[in-house]
Design a binder for this molecule. Structure first.
Ligand SMILES: NC(=O)C1=CN([C@@H]2O[C@H](COP(=O)(O)OP(=O)(O)OC[C@H]3O[C@@H](n4cnc5c(N)ncnc54)[C@H](OP(=O)(O)O)[C@@H]3O)[C@@H](O)[C@H]2O)C=CC1
Ligand SMILES: CC(C)(CO)C(=O)C(=O)O
Length: 303
């Protein structure tokens, strides 16, 4: 199965690198600066249990030819429109597209362009890039769940086989849409709490009112999901609350890591889209709205 990984960043570099390391037919679609970096120094993954450097197949948009069987889409939301244009030549009648982005809005954009080729996907991993472009895996979890959204692409078994046994957990979900919402609620709450307070979870909950603030933010996110017809399962909400209120926790979100690094942040995609949906549903989400505004100011500064 020819796999095209779009984006060799923290998630694409991690999962694509694992697939390449397991001998799968993987090519990374990268932009020229990243291509140069990877051609010179390779793709290094500092995993929890290993350190590897690979020299994977790379293409830039100008060099991309022919349909691929599976497109693993791992760009940030603010790079999505360009990525959609550039990956289009790799999409043929049999191609399946598996996005790893947080949130939901990308699904609308992708299905508008590629229809039923688009699967739902959730990636559970915490990875980041260092100044040299190496990928660091920050905790033990590394999982991709995939599944059909509304209409069923024909190649689910092939996708399952392509992702299996490559050094991370891969599973098919019969409720991927709901899982995407669950992940979205978690990541939006974690992002809002850590970005707004500019701190790690442990620091927030140690501050006066911090625990209540974290719980209230999560409650706002969960209320939007429920009102949108995607109630979060009780046990998932309990787990999210534990993560968001754990004393001493060093947990952060990719939004917070990007904010601290002075990079663009997926604020509108992860938090703004929830606020927008809340507004349409007549729900009040003052904490999320505050976080959105906060990240909007960051956006205007880094733009
Ligand atoms: N990091 C994490 O722990 C997690 C992230 N996520 C989600 O995964 C998604 C990806 O995040 P993450 O991997 O962290 O992001 P990164 O910023 O680390 O990586 C994104 C990569 O995409 C590349 N890219 C952007 N546009 C294009 C394009 N047109 N063609 C080729 N490459 C492109 C960027 O390359 P360039 O160097 O050229 O800018 C960059 O290397 C996000 O939605 C995030 O929320 C989900 C779970 C965990
Ligand atoms: C799971 C979590 C919260 C881990 O980093 C994530 O998806 C993100 O930060 O984007």
């Amino acid at each position: 199965m020819r796999i095209l990984v779009v984006g060799a960043g923290a998630t694409g570099g991690y999962f694509g690198g694992r697939l390449a390391g397991a001998g799968r037919d993987v090519t990374f679609l990268v932009r020229p600066r990243r291509a140069e970096q990877l051609r010179t120094g390779g793709l290094t993954i500092h995993g929890r249990d290993d350190d590897v450097t690979l020299f994977p197949e790379l293409v830039t948009a100008a060099e991309l030819r022919g349909a691929h069987d599976l497109v693993l889409l791992a760009v940030k939301a603010y790079g999505l429109e360009q990525a959609i244009r550039e990956l289009a030549p790799a999409v043929g009648p049999e191609t399946v597209i598996l996005p790893l982005l947080n949130g939901m809005r990308h699904i609308d954009l992708l299905t508008e362009r590629f229809g039923s080729a688009v699967l739902g996907g959730v990636c559970q991993v915490t990875t980041t890039l260092d100044a040299n472009g190496a990928v660091h895996q920050l905790n033990d979890r590394h999982e991709i769940a995939h599944g059909v959204l509304d209409t069923a692409p024909s190649r689910l078994d092939d996708v399952g086989s392509a992702l299996a046994g490559a050094g991370f957990t891969s599973r098919r979900s019969s409720r991927i849409h709901a899982e995407m919402w669950e992940k979205w609620v978690h990541v939006a709450a974690l992002g809002a709490v850590t970005c707004l307070m500019r701190g790690l979870v442990g620091q927030v909950v140690a501050a006066p009112g911090g625990r209540h603030f974290a719980e209230s933010t999560l409650a706002e996110c969960a209320a939007v999901a429920a009102a949108s017809g995607h109630p979060i399962r009780a046990e998932v909400l309990v787990r999210s609350r534990e993560v968001l209120t754990e004393p001493g926790s060093t947990a952060t979100s990719s939004l917070y890591r990007d904010l601290c690094a002075g990079k663009p942040v997926e604020g509108e995609h992860v938090i703004g889209d929830l606020v927008r949906r809340a507004g349409e549903l007549g729900l009040s989400t003052p904490l999320l709205a505050l976080a959105r505004t906060h990240l909007g100011i960051h956006r205007s500064v880094v733009a």
